[in-house]
Structures are given as C-alpha cells and as structure tokens.
Design a protein around this ligand. Structure first.
Ligand code: NAD
Length: 246
C-alpha cells in the first residue's frame, strides 16, 4: 500500500475499463451533510443511534424518530453536490462500465448527474409504510399531514425509506452491487469508515477478483490494509485531482 500517491491512482484509473465507486457519509461531508456521528450532536446527542434508526425505536416513539429524520431530510434537500460528486459525473464517460454504489441516503450523486447509482441504504427523501402495505411516496410535498403521517392505504404510520439497524438491504440492489464489485478492475472507496456491512465487504470482493482498490479518506479506515493506494485527502479535493489527469 502506498499513501497519498495520487499519480499512481490516476494511472490505475487510466488503465481500468470497469470502475465501481463505493461512497459513504464522508462523500457528502463537504456538502454540509453530517456523518452519522456528527448528526448526533446538540439536541440529539442524548439519544442512542439505535433508538433513532431502528424499527424498535420507531415503534417506541414514532414522533421522535420522524422529527429527527424530518430534520435530516431538510438538511439533505438544502445541501448541494460538492466538487467530489461533480468529478464522479465527469469520470463516468471514461470507462466502459461505471457505477456508484452508495451508502448515503441524501440523493446527492443523482442530483449531481451521475446516471448509475445504487443506493444500498435507501433514500431519506422517500417515505414508505411502516406496516409494509406497499405504499411509497417519492416526493415529500405529497406527504399527508402529521408527524408521522398516516399511511393513505392502511392507516399505519409512514416512515423514511432508509435501511435501519437490523434491517435487510434490498436484495436486488445488493446482488447487483456484489456482481459489479466482483467484475470491476478498479474500485474507488470514498468517505466510508468501512464498519458497516455488507457495504464494507464490497472492496474485498473486488480485491479477490483482481481489481485495484483505491481509498480516498482524510482518516484511517478499516479497509486501508486491503487497498493498493490510499489518498489521504477529502472527497472534494482528491476526486477532482484524480479526474484532472486520468
Ligand atoms: P461513517 O460516518 O461511519 O464514516 C464517515 C467516513 O468519512 C470516515 O471514515 C471519515 O474519515 C470520512 N470523511 C469525513 N470527512 C470526509 C471528507 N470530507 N472526504 C472524505 N471522507 C471523509 O460513514 P459510513 O461509512 O457511510 O457509514 C455510516 C452509515 O450512516 C451509512 O450506513 C450511511 O447510510 C449512513 N449515513 C448517510 C449519510 C448521508 O446520506 N450523507 C450521512 C450520515 C450517515
């Protein structure tokens, strides 16, 4: 592993034909979207994440959980894609196959203009029925009143369409992410601590299939040991630099 080798990273990307980018909360930090830990400051610091992001927590206090997500949804809607998101849009055309697999729920990759984005953990803007009757509301402007609102079909609560602690990921999305990881020749891993599975398992799948793994993160991560190259910088600084001369 070599650190900060942006030139080597550019060469690896230039030689690749199939590229997968795995992103986490750090990707959006420079857009002002707090990482999970940062989102638990101030008023919310007294709460345990599992109380705010689990079925059990929602069932125990749906009003509290709805309010926390409503605040984060507003924050994500107000945020704008940063130079890192935009650089990834520019990178797309350089590969035969290019996809972004994100753990983020803020929708910023799609809003930046990236075309193939797999949202492993859902999307905070969307809402679905807690009782899983099939109702999904994509636009917050279509939400019925209430905190949380009642499902227009079955009358149960509506909840954010994100994956909570203890919940399964969408099987089709995960399978596609695994197939892409196992068939790419370069994987760029940006702004993820590598602690949350199954997303954190994708770089080892790529590595086992012979891909080069490049990490972009200002801090050490659980995945550094399996990377070929680690770029110790932020997403909004490093990604445009990688793109500039690839
Ligand atoms: P994490 O909070 O565990 O880790 C964030 C990582 O980003 C850290 O490794 C940190 O060093 C790095 N980082 C911080 N600033 C950075 C920057 N400017 N550029 C690049 N990297 C930077 O995040 P995670 O690994 O994504 O896991 C947390 C879970 O929380 C995920 O499941 C995700 O779904 C969810 N989440 C999503 C959002 C969002 O949608 N933006 C925000 C918070 C949490």
């Amino acid at each position: 592993m070599s650190t900060n080798d942006i030139t080597a990273a550019r060469h690896e990307l230039a030689a690749a034909r199939r590229c997968v980018v795995l992103t986490g909360a750090g990707m959006s930090a420079e857009s002002g979207v707090p990482t999970f830990r940062d989102a638990l400051t101030g008023l919310w610091s007294a709460f345990d994440p599992e109380r705010l992001a689990s079925r059990e927590g929602f069932a125990a206090d749906p009003h509290l959980v709805w309010r926390w997500y409503a605040e984060r949804r507003q924050g994500a809607s107000n945020a704008r894609p940063n130079a890192g998101h935009l650089a990834l849009v520019g990178l797309e055309a350089r590969f035969e196959q290019f996809a972004i697999v994100t753990q983020n729920v803020d929708g910023l990759h799609t809003r930046a203009g990236s075309r193939d984005v797999l949202e492993l953990h859902g999307n905070i803007v969307r809402t679905k029925c807690f009782a899983e009757c099939g109702v999904r509301i994509d636009d917050p402007r279509d939400l019925p009143p209430g905190e949380p609102p009642a499902c227009p079909r079955c009358g149960h609560w509506l909840r954010p369409d994100v994956v909570w602690f203890g919940e399964m990921l969408d099987a089709e999305v995960l399978e596609r992410a695994e197939r892409l990881a196992a068939s790419c020749d370069a994987m760029l891993v940006v702004g993820t601590s590598g602690l949350v599975y199954p997303a954190a398992g994708l770089p080892s799948l790529a590595r086992a299939a012979g891909a080069r793994v490049i990490i972009v993160n200002p801090n050490p991560t659980e995945l550094d040991d399996l990377a070929d190259i680690v770029v110790r910088d932020t997403a909004a600084r490093a990604l445009p630099a990688l793109f500039a001369a690839t």
